[in-house]
Ligand binder design. Structure first.
Ligand code: RIB
Ligand code: CA
Length: 314
């Protein structure tokens, strides 16, 4: 099958990032040009290591993995070991990677790819703080008009925040980078907590991974066993929200989701509401509709896609 999607994944693995990367690696519709690690859930030294561990788990050691920003553009780094564990991939014991880390700095790889590939053909799938994308946009503003689409997990409106009462983690960690991305003019799809909180890793769904015949399935079940405990405790739900794989699933099957083109702005001044995404869902301002904001998901179909695809990996 000729790949329909030519993508760069920008990520801070993270158990949910891991499932998004696995879904991309398992999808023949996708050419994964490279994976860019960024500081977020855990420091960069771990996220770049985790990205490679995930590729090797999937049996795809030839994937190109790059390291990017060691901290947000302006603010100090805030991490989330309380959710993802000390390693960022707590759950299964995954061997240290053998595959190499690419020498090129991730923002430079993003610029080089976008400037060399035909305009409008590369999609950026963003699963962590948007620092690498922000840096690339500042260094080479011409990339903005060459990006096919940015699909980013981040923000929230009706669901509020998950790191502060009003801010979602990826945006909160680097709100200035998020503002640069939201205002750059590239087509943008935002996958916020409003929709990811409907994609819960229920026991029944986790057991489907555990029962898989390959090594990826049981490892994924162990990742989710660890990952969901924080959100189950906090929200009292049957399972935790599987945020990042929704980015890849929306790209593959947008018909499983619903949303609307609206204006989304980011709070970058007030410490009280830092990183809040101000979503003009009812279009009460004249601000431009800079984002397709996703709020609905067919979560049964989403997990069916995830389960079917991950079963095809090593
Ligand atoms: O708020 C959820 C997001 O923050 C997810 O991408 C998770 O991996 C963390 O990066
Ligand atoms: Ca993430």
């Amino acid at each position: 099958m000729q790949p329909k999607h030519h993508i760069i994944i920008d990520t801070d693995p993270g158990q949910d990032d891991a499932l998004a990367i696995l879904l991309a690696l398992a999808s023949p519709e996708i050419e994964l040009i490279g994976i860019c690690a960024v500081a977020g859930n855990v420091p960069l030294s771990l996220t770049q290591m985790n990205a490679r561990k995930i590729c090797e788990l999937a049996g795809k050691p030839d994937t190109k993995v790059f390291a990017g920003a060691i901290r947000p553009m302006l603010r100090p780094l805030v991490t989330a070991e309380h959710v993802h564990g000390k390693t960022g991939l707590d759950g299964p014991v995954l061997p240290d990677p053998v595959m190499p880390l690419q020498a090129q700095y991730a923002p430079d790889f993003i610029i080089e790819t976008l400037m060399s590939r035909p305009a409008g053909t590369v999609t950026l799938c963003c699963l962590g703080p948007l620092t690498n994308i922000g840096l690339a946009l500042v260094k080479e503003p011409r990339i903005a008009s060459r990006i096919k689409r940015i699909i980013a997990m981040g923000g929230g409106w009706s669901e509020g925040g998950n790191i502060t009462p009003v801010a979602e983690f990826n945006i909160y960690v680097d709100p200035q980078a998020a503002r640069l991305v939201f205002d750059c003019g590239a087509p943008l799809t935002l996958i916020p907590l409003d929709v990811t909180h409907q994609a819960l890793t229920t026991r029944k769904r986790v057991e489907k991974f555990r029962k898989m015949e390959n090594r990826t399935g049981p490892a994924v079940a162990e990742l989710l066993d660890f990952f969901e405990r924080f959100d189950v405790e906090k929200y009292g739900t049957d399972g935790g929200p599987l945020h990042d794989p929704c980015v890849i699933a929306w790209m593959l099957h947008p018909e499983l989701f619903t949303g609307k083109d609206v204006n989304v702005a980011v709070e970058c001044e007030s410490e009280l509401t830092m990183g809040q995404t101000v979503v003009d869902w009812w279009r009460v301002t004249s601000r431009p509709h800079n984002a397709h904001y996703v709020r609905g998901i067919d979560h049964d179909a989403f997990f069916k896609l995830l389960t079917e695809r991950l079963a095809t990996l090593a």
